[in-house]
Write a protein that binds this ligand. Sequence first.
Ligand code: SER
Length: 594
Amino acid sequence: MRIEELRNSFIEYFRQNSHAQITGAPLIPENDPTVLFTTAGMHPLVPYLMGEKHPSGKRLCNWQKCVRTGDIDEVGDSQHLTFFEMLGNWSLGDYFKEEAVRMSHEFLTSKNWLSLDGEKLFFTVFEGDADCPRDEETAGIWKECGVREDHILFLPKKDNWWGPAGKTGPCGPDTEMFYDTLLPKCSTHCSPGCPCGKYVEIWNDVFMQFNKTPDKKFELLKVKNVDTGMGLERTAAVLNGYSSVYETEKYVPLLRVIEDISGKKYGINTEETRAMRIITDHMRSAFFIIGDELGVKPSNLDQGYIVRRLVRRAMRYSMMIGIEKGLGEMLADLIIETNPVYEELGRKKEFIVEALTEEEQRFRHCLNKGMTEFSRIIPNIQKGGNDKIPGRIAFRLYDTYGFPLEMTEELAREKGFGVDVEGFEKAYKKHQEISRAGSEVRFKGGLADASEQTKKLHTATHLLHEALRKVLGKHVAQKGSNITPERLRFDFSHPKPMTEEEVKKVEKIVNEAIEENFDVVEEMMSVEEAKEKGAVALFTDKYSEKVKVYSIGGFSKEVCGGPHVEKTGELGKFKILKEQSSSSGVRRIKAVLE
Ligand code: SER
């Protein structure tokens, strides 16, 4: 079964089971300061899992493009990917364990659907602890579906609980579905959950009934939800009997080109195979991030920094196998052709290729010199009896040769050395205003927080957006939004810095709207109606019947998932702290409510 067939099959199955298909969200999250990228299909749905009403109803399904940066170093093995797609179905307070498990089982095993061999499927459920009892119920449902007892395992929280790691938000016990590749066990303890690759996790049903509070308590949510995620590439691989996701049709054409250009063969030499996997994964990821609806170019900041790391790491590995040619241009058409459902890639091709080429040119002439410099450093450190590259040297590699810290760490590791990261950061902070540490913490996962203060800042963001359109013109469009309980950050299209006068004017308009104490009203309507009524939106929704529109008095109207405060009078005084450049043609405002 081809990947596109699997995608359609999944959607078809859940539509037949009364789920509305909704559009996936952009890779760069809006209004969620806790992560740099959308990491799962549930991510954009957090407000609804927390109890907001979803315009498309209580049963939803979709596919979602995801980026996970926590595993970049694992990429190169057979299963880990930075960019991947997730198929998902959701119950927002509708069905719970019984129906979720039965549907998963039917879709996986029925002759009409995936028809996977039950003998090769294994299921794990939560073994229970002080927060939540042992999930006998789910185990019982699997058994009723015909699963043998020795194919069901009880595992602890670290395996069978899904939610924002260490953060607040919706979470709960899950049941995970594994496919046995029939590879030999890596040890006598090898069983589903073992990362060796024998058992591939293909699907996860999360029973989201808790909210993890900031003081680490698990409180019951208003309603019980189900959040599932099936790995599209992994499932396609097991359906076809492939031992790796790289054998699917999303990767094979890219690998062929890399083989042609490098003259090396995939699958022969371990190091070269690993290099080829890294190049394809990283370049696809960079392509999707730059080409996202809210895409960003390589930079030293947040998502831009991740793209920079990916491209530069891909370049280093391409050099290792003898490729000198630009990777972006070389792979662009293939990436577009192999991803027909993401029309934004084709639309933004020129922009993406230009950004990649610029980045490759910027780095190319440094890379060789930097590698020479690096090989000089190592013997010196050895002589000094040190086992770590000092921070100031790692910083010099970064500053002069453009080596992302992680690349230096990786090069050092290959030689059996470490890097003094603290020293690097000290040197970095001295030279730059923004530290990498800030961003690093953020992409470890986590969820939008819906505290009162965040809600207020979210409503203030709508006022700001409209005020900017009034003062600067209708070309102002949201390019990104990031809200923490302390401040809002809003990126928007505008070709030049704002004058002091314009900043003052915007501030004044927002504060007047606050003083008016407008009602914030939420309405559901069709995309068409929202457009007709002049609601501001990205209008990327293609499938959902209806969208949610928030109106603030007669002042602003915007398509948005919420949540918001009820009246603008609650906001306090709005103050712009900073207006600065974000990237070319995009300005950034940081503001607070006092
Ligand atoms: N959120 C869960 C996961 O990422 C299920 O969708 O696995």
